[in-house]
Design a protein around this ligand. Structure first.
Ligand SMILES: C[S@@+](CC[C@H](N)C(=O)[O-])C[C@H]1O[C@@H](n2cnc3c(N)ncnc32)[C@H](O)[C@@H]1O
Length: 234
């Protein structure tokens, strides 16, 4: 913890899972350097998304303005241990901005992941059926014992807590493969807490940050459910 920073009060803290309600650009500076083992995150795609969800057409914070991109990932770089991985989803229309920011900060692009959905969206030129993420390396992380396929199945979850919710089942293999056992996972754009739920299912500690309090409430509801069966890593 930096001496200049005031520790934020967690919105939720239990059994190794900590949620902060706030802007990650303000909360991350309060975390110690090199204190997390793996980052799995899903930042705004910069596409001005306004999907129909829950009878609402609410927008996503930060989705129309890239000013958070470099400051947030600079902090992600600082809190991530050397020789570790970061997986970040991104919006392909602005892949240049995302890739430019990551490279500028020192991340190496070591693989690219495609998530193939079981549902098709509407579209103009094509109908969207996939999401994308980069596997980024800080330093030289160890090659995993069993590399994952770079194409991952995506089944939409029945319970909706967030308009951009990522399925926990699709996230678990990423944590199991690229986070060390008993490590701490960070998601500074937590939304409904899918990354934290996946980490909890695998018995890892996790820290999440979310600027929109409505999603923090949904996330806590998901995270409060205890793990009935600890899932194996493979
Ligand atoms: C694409 S969504 C993440 C959805 C999440 N993966 C899930 O499964 O629910 C991005 C989230 O980042 C949040 N966000 C945007 N800017 C932020 C910031 N500066 N700090 C923290 N959270 C932020 C948004 O409110 C939104 O919930």
């Amino acid at each position: 913890m930096s001496s200049a920073q005031v520790t934020p009060t967690p919105f939720y803290q239990h059994a190794g899972i900590t949620v902060y309600h706030g802007d990650c650009r303000q909360v991350l500076p309060c975390l110690s350097s090199a204190s997390v083992d793996f980052v799995l995150t899903d930042p705004p795609y910069l596409v001005g998304y306004r999907g129909r969800w829950d009878g609402d057409r609410r927008g996503i914070a930060g989705d129309a303005d890239p000013s958070w991109l470099v400051p947030a990932f600079a902090e992600i770089w600082r809190v991530l241990k050397d020789d570790s991985f970061c997986i970040s989803f991104y919006g392909w229309p602005h892949s240049d901005l995302f890739v430019g920011a990551w490279k500028e900060l020192g991340f190496r692009l070591v693989s690219h992941l495609v998530f193939v959905k079981n549902v098709w969206g509407l579209g103009r030129f094509t109908r969207g059926q996939h999401e994308v993420a980069f596997l980024l390396a800080k330093g030289q992380p160890p090659v995993p014992a069993r590399a994952l396929s770079d194409t991952i199945e995506w089944q939409r979850e029945a319970d909706a807590f967030h308009p951009n919710q990522k399925p926990v089942v699709a996230l678990r293999p990423l944590i199991a493969t690229y986070a060390p056992e008993a490590g701490t996972v960070l998601d500074p754009f937590m939304g409904s807490g899918s990354t934290l739920r996946a980490a909890k299912d695998l018995g890892l500690a996790a820290v999440g940050i979310e600027v929109d309090g409505r999603y923090c409430i949904g996330a806590v509801g998901r995270l409060a459910q205890e793990v009935l069966f600890r899932l194996p890593r493979e």
